[in-house]
Design a protein around this ligand. Sequence first.
Ligand code: ARG
Length: 570
Amino acid sequence: MLIIDKEIFSLFEQTIKNLYGDKELKQIEITIATNEKFGDFQTNFAMMNSKLIGNNPRAIAQAIVNNFVENDVIEKLEIAGPGFINIFLKNDYLGNLLKKSRKEAYDYSFLNRKGDVIIDFSSPNIAKRMHIGHLRSTIIGDAIARVYRFLGYHVVADNHIGDWGTQFGKLIIGYRKWLDKEAYNENPIEELERVYVQFSKESEEHPELEEEARQELKKLQDGDAENFALWKEFIKVSMDEYAKLYGRLDVHFDTFYGESFYHNMMQSVVEELVEKNIAVEDDGAKVVFFPEEDNLFPCIVQKKDGAFLYSTSDIATVKFRKDNYDINKIIYLTDERQQDHFKQFFKITDMLGWNVPKYHIWFGIMRFEDGVFSTRKGNVIRLEQLLDEGKKRAYDIVNEKNPNLSEEEKQNISEVVGVGAIKYADLSQNRQSPIIFEWNKILSFEGNTAPYLQYSYARIQSILRKADEEGKVIDYSKELVIEDKLEKALANHIATFPMAVIKAADTFKPNIIADYLFELAKKFNSFYNNCPILNQDDETLVSRALLAKIAGDTIKDGLSLLGIETLDRM
Ligand code: ARG
């Protein structure tokens, strides 16, 4: 159901029921009209249900219009084209509708919000600093978490950190052979990264190192005390570093169950798979073969030497979650390269009969014009560098626009604007498109960008301050009268905010909110350029200022769903 308002929905529902009784029909959807000539909103209900009702769409639309129930919401209904119904709302009703578009006032109770929505995101592999390749999972996951929370779901944000993979054997060797103690004390994670890269280089010439690393890993997994202590240390060093970045990005987690947390559960998962004949012995390993129509490669769940794999840990993770939560759905965020992995283990958990709704939300990878980032190759931009650069560029602009601000304010504004720009540049794209990394694009402040939205918001706050200075207090109790067509265009758009949020949640696409907000800011700016707010008669001033306030509040709510802050002054 995508509908602006419960009241409008029930008017349609009653009318349809009067006409067609309890016949099974497709839900009515109401969308904003594409052109003001077509009213405020539109529905294609008649076309959608023409077959089910057994009549042509125009006749159905006509029947609805002729028999529409009494109300004081709708000014008029018109039929257009093949059977659209154009809806013109009463102006005072629209004014009130806007006040209802906010979270507190909109009725989201029809959503299936039972249970926990687990969002598995960010999940960096320990002992590497986060680079811009980690940005997408972190901020797309965070935006999805925010959207679900906003709609009233109970969200569990889980950072499934990679703390159990093959990198540990390599790190342990690197640490023992090549660590520069002084450098390590100075900047531990940088030094760990260096020995890791060195391992890769050395192992090209000395392939036997790979085998040594496997043995160290095995020792660790079997509980060797010395390796265990080192492993703990690597985790601590990494988590301290990540905490700084998460703080700067304003990203928060409820749990940090990494892969290692599931280690003890893996043996029994493999046993269950074997018992149920889902996994079979193949050359000493335990392997799941899939039916041909699934078109999936066989999946190893335990190696010949007894070691478990990434898929084993993910299967165990599903089991743990299903046993310990009341799952509404699990949402995983990774880049596109893991699609097969997710298809495989989703299929395996289905074969086990674990009925848990799961979604792999993948995104395109960020790359340079000439290739993929890789810590191993050393061609990365670290997340911290990226944020610093964003801040620096924002600072230059703030400094130029507003030289009189205090240094502290300049610093604060530039952090908010810089980080906001970076997040938005990513979140405003369709997540499945690859991103070619370009500094100028990611840090642009013009057009469809966070700074443009933040400036629009700050501009509104400055108008409200001026109204306040003139003794006009603007709040939601004031009357909103919508007259001008630009007021109306803005008002209609604001009224659809809840629909944009629901759609973003349904499709796991934060860019729907970004598109919505860009349109909102454009509509606000054309309203403001044509309908002056200050120096008007009292009633006009209050009404327009209230419309501006609601637009501003909606920008703020929308940006906060993307994890982006707003400022009252910039
Ligand atoms: N640590 C993994 C990586 O960096 C991502 C983990 C995603 N979550 C999961 N449950 N597999 O590639």
